[in-house]
Design a protein around this ligand. Structure first.
Ligand code: NAG
Ligand code: NAG
Length: 184
């Protein structure tokens, strides 16, 4: 289904694709970092907040009874780690493109979360994906591997704007303040 839509889109927008467009790798990593963490945030928010998992061991409750130690599933390291492992498959839903208005690189989700075709499609020029090793998923997996511990910590701490904290402030994957540039 997705593939069929993609093929149709490809033909519709084929004339917009610049086969020789070079993408700034750091720029792309920055976008992948932010988007994958936003996707992760959505996945974590979907977890039923009442669900808990046993983390082994016991603690005493207020009545002095032994109860199993547990944490909410959304904060369980094992569960977060599983979500992180899966999140990069979400990158398959995105394509690289540049905004027609200003030429800025963007990653566009072809089909939005409510199942509709992204209306921004008409506002961008698609960029051809010509190197498998540089696929969005590949970048995503590298980022997740490198920053997993940090990301888990933020979700456990209920940090706000995790994508900015991780991608801009801590890892410097995104160069903050630097104007977006595209090599042509
Ligand atoms: C480029 O245009 C898009 C959509 O029109 C906008 O969202 C984005 O912020 C712009 N980027 C810059 C650097 O001006
Ligand atoms: C991707 O990278 C691997 C290991 O670095 C290499 O063996 C392989 O040939 C590359 N594939 C492409 C399509 O560049």
């Amino acid at each position: 289904m997705k593939f069929v839509i993609f093929v149709i889109l490809f033909y519709c927008f084929n004339n917009n694709i610049g086969a020789t467009t070079k993408i700034d790798a750091q720029e792309l990593r920055c976008l992948v970092c932010k988007i994958s963490l936003q996707e992760l945030d959505k996945a974590v928010n979907k977890i039923d907040p009442t669900k808990t998992v046993d983390i082994g061991g016991y603690r005493l409750d207020s009545d002095g009874n032994y109860v199993h130690k547990s944490v909410s599933q959304a904060k369980s390291e094992i569960h977060l780690s599983e979500l992180i492992e899966d999140i990069c498959t979400k990158m398959d839903d995105y394509v690289r493109a540049t905004w027609k208005t200003n030429g800025t690189l963007t990653l566009l989700k072809l089909i939005t979360d409510d199942g509709k075709m992204n209306s921004d499609m008409a506002e961008v020029d698609l960029i051809q994906d010509d190197d498998l090793n540089k696929s969005l998923k590949y970048y995503c997996e590298g980022i997740m591997e490198e920053l997993e511990d940090n990301i888990i910590k933020h979700f456990q701490d209920d940090s706000e704007n995790i994508h900015t904290k991780v991608c801009v402030e801590e890892s410097k994957i995104c160069r903050s303040g630097k104007r977006v540039s595209e090599e042509l």
